[in-house]
Design a protein around this ligand. Structure first.
Ligand SMILES: [Zn+2]
Length: 146
């Protein structure tokens, strides 16, 4: 299952759909018609997909990301522009509109908030940004620019 990988790819800004229950042919059709690359742990499905598919070799999330960095040249810079849960591009939202929806400390200490039009989750650049950067640094040697 590649649910975790799909959330990480969205964090890195990549438009990523996740469909663990779909049939092989449906997945292949969508990859072709939506110009997507099919990521799978299924050797047979990867073979059928040819150049449109990548066989994910490891069960470990950072090995998976490292493989995609090498094979698809993905960038390891977190983007925070896409909902990691449902893949919608995030929209800026006026701080005043979400006052009741975030912890008061967070409200006081942040200026920029974004909302997902799909699930209405609210995002801000909080402590998880440091955590993500640290993980990418420790596991994959990523160095943030600033
Ligand atoms: Zn969402």
């Amino acid at each position: 299952m590649l649910g975790k990988l799909s959330r990480w790819l969205r964090l890195l800004g990549y438009d990523t759909t996740y469909s663990p229950r779909k049939e092989d042919n449906q997945l292949l059709y969508e990859a072709l018609t939506q110009e997507r690359i099919l990521l799978t742990r299924d050797r047979e499905l990867a073979f059928k997909g040819g150049k449109k598919a990548v066989l994910i070799e490891s069960d470990q999330i950072f090995r998976q990301i490292d493989q995609l960095k090498k094979e698809l040249n993905i960038k390891l810079e977190p983007q925070y522009n896409r909902c990691p849960v449902c893949n919608y591009p995030l929209e800026n939202i006026n701080k005043k509109e979400i006052r009741e929806l975030v912890p008061s400390y967070t409200y006081k200490t942040h200026e920029l908030f974004k909302i997902c039009p799909g699930c209405s989750r609210i995002y801000w650049e909080g402590s998880h940004k440091d955590l993500i950067n640290r993980l990418l640094n420790q596991k994959l040697g990523y160095h943030p620019e600033n």
